[in-house]
Design a protein around this ligand. Structure first.
Ligand SMILES: *Cc1c(COP(=O)(O)O)cnc(C)c1O
Length: 384
């Protein structure tokens, strides 16, 4: 981490303690605990234009607090780790890919990752970058790694919830001279710490469970390679993909409840997954935290918590639509990670290789008994 650690957190503190204190500045008399958002396009800057604060596209004190906070959660106690915040998860993802890759380089992307990745792929190819793909589970990345400059992992994958062995793939990639980035959106830093597992970058959308209220778009990149991070910072500057101060402040405010939300939502997600598994129809339920899930053996080695997303497949599109209509507590909406449960028929977007009846459900902070009852009654009603 650059500079001294914030007074509040030490690497040995528990996740809840770190979440509520992450990134807070030294207490100062009459100042608020978390300083309010700084709205500034420019700063008073007489004489030589040296930082820390010169122009609003380059630096902002509200980002600086949030960046320190995310760094304390992604890589507690690690020195030399830097975090940069972005306008969205896609801005963060693009900043790594487009700052690290040059014409003639090769990159390995997941074939089953976030639905905007195919658009990124087309853009990379337009720049003369070779894109190879491999599914998240099953180690197929190893077969396409030779000569690649960067390996991009998304684990657990969205929406399929497959996982890959980060430590193993990092060691194979590093042995071949490739950098590794992990999309940590679904796990959150309380669920998984990619840098600790050897990755060079942890990249995420803060739009999802990190901020958790469905009202902010945000992204970040955490990395320990100084040179690589300087290139990411330069990309943020030239693309201008910066978060507004209000969004950054809201995100920091939301981190204080991250641990509470994650504990609650993830425990409820397991309860919902188990209820779906025990339903008399076979629904192909997936949840990496559920014993017996194909992802569980690897997930349990590298994840500390398993996320709030559960997926399952109803027999037909019509049944899935009836199911979504019949839910009372779960809104039909995209995205995930919010305190209010949502679900959607993922196939409606057309971008993911999923069956027509595939449902991605994001479990919120409602009472778990209420949610399970709502899901079971919607299953029953939609079966009629
Ligand atoms: C949502 C999501 C993104 C994109 O984030 P935005 O904040 O919507 O730009 C990237 N990766 C994963 C895994 C996501 O779920």
């Amino acid at each position: 981490m650059s500079g001294p650690q914030a007074r509040g957190t030490a690497s040995g503190d528990g996740d809840g303690t770190r979440a509520v204190r992450a990134g807070l500045p030294e207490p100062a008399k009459y100042e608020p605990t978390l300083p309010g958002p700084v709205f500034a396009a420019h700063y008073h800057l007489p004489g030589e234009p040296t930082g820390p604060y010169t122009y609003g596209r380059d630096e902002n004190p509200t980002w600086a607090h949030l960046e320190r906070a995310v760094g304390e959660l992604e890589a507690p106690g690690e020195d030399g780790v830097e975090t940069l915040v972005f306008a969205s998860g896609m801005a963060a993802i693009s900043s790594v890919l487009f700052s690290q890759l040059r014409t003639g380089d090769a990159v390995v992307l997941p074939s089953d990752g976030y639905q905007a990745l195919p658009l990124v792929r087309a853009q990379l190819e337009a720049y003369g970058i070779e894109v190879r793909t491999a599914p998240t589970g099953g180690d197929a990345q190893l077969g396409v790694l030779d000569g690649a400059k960067l390996l991009w992992l998304e684990t657990p994958s969205n929406p399929g919830l497959d996982v890959c062995d980060i430590r193993r793939l990092v060691s194979e990639a590093h042995a071949r001279g490739a950098l590794v980035a992990v999309d940590n959106t679904l796990a959150t830093p309380l669920g998984q710490r990619p840098l600790e597992l050897g990755a060079d970058f942890s990249v995420a959308s803060g739009t999802k469970q990190l901020t958790g209220h469905g009202d902010v778009l945000l992204g970040y990149v955490t990395g320990r390679d100084t040179e690589a991070m300087a290139a990411v910072r330069r990309w943020r500057k030239i693309a201008g993909a910066i978060p507004g101060p209000m969004e950054a402040w809201l995100a920091h405010r939301s981190l204080a409840t991250l641990h509470l939300r994650v504990e609650r939502q993830n425990a409820s997600a397991l309860a919902v997954a188990e209820a779906l598994r025990d339903w008399p129809e076979e629904l192909g339920v997936r949840y990496p935290g559920m014993a017996g899930d194909p992802s569980h053996p690897i997930a349990s080695q590298q994840m500390r918590r398993y996320g709030c997303v559960v997926s399952f497949t109803l027999p037909t599109r019509a049944r899935a639509e009836r199911f979504l209509d019949a839910l009372r507590l779960v809104d039909d909406a995209t995205s995930f990670g919010g305190v209010r449960s949502t679900a959607e028929r993922r196939g409606r977007w057309g971008g993911d290789a999923v069956p027509e009846g595939f449902i991605r459900m994001s479990v919120g902070a409602e009472d778990p008994e209420d949610l399970v009852a709502d899901v079971l009654s919607a299953l029953e009603e939609s079966a009629r």
